[in-house]
Design a protein around this ligand. Structure first.
Ligand code: SAM
Length: 285
């Protein structure tokens, strides 16, 4: 059981590897910057992947567009977090946090309560790796172990000090595609029914219209290599209705080209990026 759980949680390490690889680029060419990412990856894997990238192998086998998608997604959501913090936030919940290190490095959220929610298996690995990270955990930071499919997210969050009456940002990056429809609904229902008006949820999802195409095959291959199956998607033209039916308003969807526009410029203009994953933000009405 534990072995299965360990295998199925390894996409978190894959995303950390992508963030660590970005740090090997010259500073002026980095789309996103995570100085702690390398604490979560095997140095041999990092160097091997970097060499394959430099030799053009990752591009040749079609993996590079997926890597660039992950990096663009990372920075798009980073910028949204900063914008929401500047607009006035009271707390942040990072759902399926994996090896995300934003809580320890974004100055705009340093003073806020941050709840990092994840499967206990991934979270235990993160806590072990964090011993190598020099940044102190923010005072109001909390780890919350939850299985979205079976556990009561609300009960776990409240025990950790989560408040329902304040404006909250829920960040759910790189997770929806691995859950069941029930897991998605349970989580969104909690956000819609147990957070203050004007709270925000942001997450990425696989556009099911793409699931049959070539990009989808690559997404499946890439995640399959890391031991996880894509189980959930939404058609892009249904996302507004999907979220409004679940209690959200002001749904803002960004598809591939919109996500890429601010970042694939200058020295990065020629970086190929996979399509088929969108980012959506919505407000609790
Ligand atoms: C691809 S990783 C993304 C991690 C992080 N959000 C990021 O972007 O770096 C997927 C994350 O979803 C979490 N996850 C997958 N299924 C889960 C479940 N049923 N309950 C809780 N977390 C889950 C994994 O533990 C992992 O951290």
């Amino acid at each position: 059981m534990l072995k299965k759980a360990r295998l199925t949680m390894s996409t978190a390490r894959g995303v950390a590897l992508v963030r660590a690889m970005e740090m090997a680029r010259p500073e002026a060419e980095r789309i996103s910057s995570d100085p702690y990412a390398k604490a979560f990856v095997n140095p041999v894997n990092l160097e091997g992947t970097r060499l394959l990238s430099a030799a053009g192998v990752l591009r040749l086998i079609g993996v590079e567009p997926m890597i660039n998608l992950a990096i663009v997604r990372e920075q798009y959501i980073h910028d949204l977090i900063v914008a929401e913090a500047r607009a006035g936030l009271d707390q942040i919940v990072i759902l399926g946090a994996g090896f995300d290190t934003r809580a320890y490095r974004i100055p705009e959220i340093a003073a806020l309560p941050v709840f990092e929610v994840d499967h206990p298996v991934t979270q235990a690995e993160k806590q072990a790796a964090l011993r190598k990270v020099s940044a102190p955990l923010p005072v109001k930071h909390r780890f919350v172990g939850v299985d979205f499919e079976t556990d009561d997210l609300g009960e776990r969050l409240r025990t950790a000090g989560y408040r329902e009456d304040v404006r909250t940002l829920f960040v759910w990056q790189g997770v929806s595609m691995y859950l069941t429809a029930t897991g998605i609904d349970r989580t969104l229902a909690f956000v819609a029914e147990h957070s203050a008006k004007n709270s925000v949820v942001v997450f990425d999802y696989v556009d099911t219209r793409e699931l049959e195409g070539g990009e989808a095959a690559m997404i499946r291959f890439f995640t399959g290599m890391m031991g996880e199956k894509v189980t959930f998607g939404i058609a892009q033209n249904e996302i507004v209705q999907f979220l409004e039916a679940r209690g959200f308003t002001r749904v803002r969807n960004a598809h591939g080209a919109e996500m890429a526009r601010p970042y694939l410029i200058g020295a990065n203009a020629r970086r190929p990026m996979a399509r088929g994953v969108n980012i959506v933000a919505a407000i609790v009405g």
